[in-house]
Ligand binder design. Structure first.
Ligand code: ADP
Ligand code: MG
Ligand code: MG
Length: 210
């Protein structure tokens, strides 16, 4: 439980692919309320392309995650393609040529990814975006780490925080992305990207629990 392996990270990607298939219709329904009804189909297309691109897996975690990022940028488009793409590209750059991590190393890689999302999208907490799930997840991960949790326990705490962050987007008014065009009419709906970001962290928690 002390070490996170590259195989587990490939398992994470597969679990996220499965989750966007299972919940794609729901993600698209959320996006139909405050966007253009394509978030689920965007991520299904992107993660199918990702899983094809990482077989056989590249020989380091950095190469693996960079490949994921490039594939998402080129196959998804819209807002979420570049944002999730940047998450994985920055995470991959931080992972470099490592083939496994301890929990602190994993947290550093995920932090780099989330910082990439913020650098790219300029979202603040409370803007009703995927960052409202990813930011709290990262805080919870760091707090669990400081408490001495192992990787599986720390990422479980992060996934639970992401879900709370997702739920907290419902009463928010969107200030970034397509939903912001609706102004006050964006209030009262969960942000689709915060829902998919929760699936992303939840998928990692499940991959590390196996
Ligand atoms: P599009 O809006 O181009 O159709 P998607 O529907 O795939 O793209 O993704 C929409 C999601 O992208 C939103 O729900 C939100 O979470 C996220 N998003 C949009 N703009 C930003 C931004 N500037 N920063 C962070 N996340 C953003
Ligand atoms: Mg959309
Ligand atoms: Mg779109």
């Amino acid at each position: 439980a002390g070490t996170v392996t590259q195989d587990q990270l490939v398992g994470w990607l597969a679990a996220f692919r499965d989750a966007v298939h299972e919940h794609g219709a729901h993600l698209t329904e959320l996006d139909s309320a405050i966007g253009d009804a394509d978030h689920g189909s965007n991520l299904v297309r992107g993660m199918d392309a990702v899983m094809a691109a990482v077989q056989p897996p590249p020989d380091s975690v950095g190469a693996l995650l960079k490949k994921v990022g490039m594939t998402l940028v080129t196959s998804v488009g819209g807002a979420s393609g570049p944002l999730y793409g940047t998450f994985f590209l920055r995470a991959g750059a931080a992972a470099d040529n490592a083939t496994e991590f301890d929990v602190a190393g994993l947290a550093a890689v995920l932090r780099a990814g989330v910082e990439g999302v913020v650098a790219r999208g300029k979202a603040d907490l409370g803007d009703k975006t995927m960052y409202d799930a990813l930011g709290p997840a990262l805080e919870a991960l760091d707090a669990a780490l400081a408490d001495g949790a192992d990787a599986a326990g720390a990422v479980r705490a992060a996934a639970d925080a992401a879900a709370r962050g997702r739920d907290a987007t419902e009463p928010m008014q969107a200030l970034k992305g397509r939903a912001s065009y609706l102004g006050e009419r964006s209030i009262g709906h969960v942000d689709p990207g915060s829902a998919s970001a929760t699936l992303l962290v939840e998928a990692l928690a499940r991959a590390l629990a196996d």
